[in-house]
Write a protein that binds this ligand. Structure first.
Ligand code: ATP
Length: 294
């Protein structure tokens, strides 16, 4: 079953572009990454899914139900961590969490304690006295306390130290094993790589790629490094499929997409002292998509 399904979801803020024709399907049990540079449209998509804002056109379903019409019912089974959390500063953490829990028809008190322990969060403190990272932890506990079937995280790790990030990822993996579907936006490639099964790449409001992390890795791109005794002319690399060329006197590096035999043949004219052909890092692949594809 598709837990999330959007059809040509489009949102304009007045005349300015939010997202355009976003169509994606997230299957039950997946950890799905939503990645793109600043302003690409990640938060807009998430806010539209949660009916915090309404689309200009297109549709979105969660658990097979319409996000606008059945929003209240959907939200009972969704945990959401916004990118920025704002609270009534005067409340104690536990009071805030109990208040959040009161919206669900189940006793969440044990789960609140468990989560606070895992995230090392002091429930007795006032929100006012918490650091930015600790406020984020409150948001995490708030998003997970009702054991939701779908967890939507909007850039969740900002403000968390590396140890807490690790604990948070472990927690998300556990929630996923429990059966929860995870949808999370990020521009931190490393965390997407560590956590996700599949990823959608969004740029300028449009989805440019949806692929499994596995097949992104097994792509047809290779990173070449060429060294020579002689200065290398730029014209020697005027070959179809080459991008990201960096040339410094007798060394060249670039990304190549295409038939490896063709490029080896064409590079054959160069008097090489070294040739290295490697898999690009996932970061380089993402950068390629961010920069090249429209
Ligand atoms: N309330 C708003 N009014 C007008 N334009 C908006 C509003 N919110 C977002 N936008 C615009 O919509 C586009 C998408 O923004 P969005 O916040 O969804 O991007 P994002 O991918 O979440 O970025 P970031 O990684 O910086 O959080 C941007 O061009 C942004 O300027």
């Amino acid at each position: 079953m598709n837990v999330i399904e959007t059809q040509k979801l489009t949102k304009y803020y007045g005349k300015s572009r939010g997202i355009i024709d976003v169509s994606l399907k997230v299957e039950q049990g997946e950890i799905f990454g939503f990645i793109g540079p600043n302003g690409a449209g990640k938060s807009t998509t998430i806010r539209t899914l949660l009916s915090l804002i309404y689309p200009t056109s297109g549709s979105a379903k969660i658990f097979g139900k319409d996000c606008i019409k059945d929003g209240a019912e959907i939200r009972k089974n969704v945990g959401y961590l916004p990118s920025e959390v704002f609270y009534y500063d005067n409340m104690k953490v536990i009071d805030l969490l109990n208040y959040s829990a009161s919206f669900y028809r189940k006793d969440c008190s044990e789960r609140i304690k468990e989560l606070a322990e895992i995230m090392d969060l002091d429930l007795k403190k006032k929100i006012n006295d918490l650091s930015f990272g600790n406020k984020k932890k409150v948001g995490i506990v708030q998003g997970l306390l009702h054991e939701p079937k779908l967890i939507i995280l909007d850039e969740p790790t900002g403000g968390l130290d590396p140890l807490m990030q690790q604990k948070f990822f472990d927690l998300i993996r556990e929630e996923n094993k429990r059966g929860a579907t995870i949808f999370f936006s990020s521009h931190i490639l490393d965390e997407v790589q560590r956590l996700c099964d599949r990823v959608a790449i969004i740029k300028d409001g449009k989805i440019i790629r949806i692929e499994s992390i596995e097949s992104l890795r097994q792509n047809k791109y290779k990173r070449f490094s060429v060294e020579s005794h002689n200065n290398l002319p730029k014209s020697a690399f005027n070959i179809d499929g080459i991008t990201e060329l960096q040339l410094s006197e007798n060394k060249a590096t670039f990304i190549y997409k295409g038939d490896i035999n063709i490029i080896i043949n064409k590079l054959g004219n160069i008097e090489m002292t070294n040739l290295l052909v490697e898999e690009p890092t996932l970061e380089e692949i993402f950068m390629y998509y961010y920069q090249k594809e429209d």
